[in-house]
Design a protein around this ligand. Structure first.
Ligand code: AMP
Ligand code: MG
Length: 419
């Protein structure tokens, strides 16, 4: 058996390097900028008011409370310019350009309107108060965002403020997902003897999307070598897949065709990983579409649904992150120390057990985990309630209260104290 880290190293060393692509800024969510962004314009583009209130000459407010004459009004988007003369004020709304002659804005909360023509200023202001200067967020020529930055919602907003309409990014791989197995049914029809409902594909498609890649549904392929070979070729040659995720057919059974097909058409490695679940795992690279582009990695995940999930999370997801450069290494999901609330005994078997568990924040500020009740690799319903994997190292198990390593699968531990 091969330790998980060695398998990851093996995969990492064989991942293709994609060239950068130009995409519209609003299609770059979750991708990594491949070049620095240089601002073509000042942000904000002009001096403007940060508050709703009255544009004034600060010196006129020194003796506040005092009365000023209101001579005009400006709203955001105003293209005309009012002028503030001594003893006067211009009513102004947040975002409006500054009237000429003023050097401060008094917020409306510090004023009292006195009839149509006057306003009482209740608090003195200093020059610059209430004003946002042109370029005070980003100056033209500055580099607000560096290559390597992940395009989060806020980063995407910055791209729009500096008018970076098109940006260079590392591309989102198109990841084909297919299931293998003669027993699988996915059309809602009554089950005939020996059939089961297909479950891995919908899960893996979603996981691929959540990892930030583009998922391509390649359907179910029967346990037939020619059919699988056709499906793989079609995915690469005609459907533009830059990576493939298969489930099933990588164990020791006589119909484990993924293994045999990949051995023939791909540069393939076949692993027994020293972990449970998800011991069998196949990895290979197919020649790219048209024979010219980058090699296409194939992740051959085991068919048992829980194994498929764990194998995706611990190997395929980190690999996709490396390909998209959202992570420099295959470190994968956040792995943190936690406390296991109930002891677990196990037999030594040379494997690390990645048990599915519920992680919560404890009142002590630490992550606490409880294993879900059913740990079989077919018991998806129990796994679906888990939000983390807890590592039970090879050996006799761990006592209640022991420190353990926890891989967080989603947004992190639930709020609240452990039961
Ligand atoms: P395999 O790795 O093909 O030997 O499959 C292992 C187990 O997982 C078998 O019980 C399969 O029926 C089951 N299995 C394989 N693929 C799927 C799938 N896509 N959905 C649900 N169960 C599956
Ligand atoms: Mg099978």
């Amino acid at each position: 058996m091969t330790p998980l880290d060695q398998v990851r190293d093996h995969v990492m060393a064989r991942l293709p390097q994609f060239g950068l692509v130009d995409v519209p800024f609003d299609a770059a969510a979750g991708l990594v900028l491949a070049a620095d962004i240089i601002a073509a314009e000042d942000v904000p583009p002009f001096d403007n008011t940060a508050v709703d209130g009255y544009a004034v000459i600060a010196a006129d407010t020194a003796s506040a409370p005092c009365l000023l004459r209101v001579t005009g009004e400006m709203a955001a988007g105003a293209s005309h310019t009012e002028e503030v003369r001594p003893g006067c004020a211009v009513r102004i709304m947040t975002g409006a350009p500054l009237p000429s002659g003023c050097d401060a804005v008094v917020m409306v909360e510090d004023t009292e309107r006195d009839g149509a023509d006057s306003v009482r200023i209740l608090r003195a202001v200093s020059p610059g108060d209430g004003i946002r200067r042109a370029g005070s967020d980003v100056r033209a020529g500055d580099t607000p965002l560096r290559a390597g930055t992940v395009v989060t919602a806020a980063v995407q907003a910055v791209l729009s403020t500096v008018n970076a309409r098109t940006v260079a990014v590392w591309p989102r791989p198109r990841v084909g997902v297919l299931s293998t197995g003669d027993e699988l049914v996915d059309d809602g029809s009554p089950l005939r003897p020996g059939q089961i409902r297909e479950s891995n594909r919908t899960m893996l498609l979603r996981l691929v999307t959540e990892a930030g890649a583009e998922a391509v549904d390649l359907g179910i392929v029967r346990d037939d070598e020619a059919a699988l070979e056709d499906a793989l070729r079609d995915a690469v040659d005609n459907r533009g897949c830059g990576a493939l995720v298969t489930s099933g057919g990588v164990s020791m059974g006589d119909y484990d065709i993924v293994k045999s097909v990949l051995s023939r058409v791909a540069d393939m490695s076949w692993f027994q990983i020293a972990m449970k679940p998800a011991k069998p795992f196949a990895f290979g690279t197919l020649p790219g579409g048209g024979g010219t582009s980058a090699a296409v990695p194939v992740f051959g995940l085991p068919g048992n649904p829980v194994s498929s999930l764990v194998s995706f999370e611990l190997i395929a997801r980190p690999a996709l992150e490396v390909m998209m450069r959202t992570s420099p290494t295959m470190s994968g999901r956040r792995r943190v120390p936690g406390i296991i609330d109930h002891g677990v005994s196990r037999q030594p078997d040379g494997k690390v057990h990645f048990d599915r568990c519920v992680a919560v924040w404890g009142a002590d500020g630490r992550v606490h985990v409880s294993r879900v009740q059913a740990q079989g690799s077919h018991q998806l319903a129990a796994t679906a309630l888990a939000n983390a994997l807890v590592e039970i190292p090879d050996g006799p198990g761990v006592p209640a209260g022991a420190e353990v390593m926890v891989t967080l699968l989603g947004d992190g531990p639930h709020a609240g104290t452990p039961a």
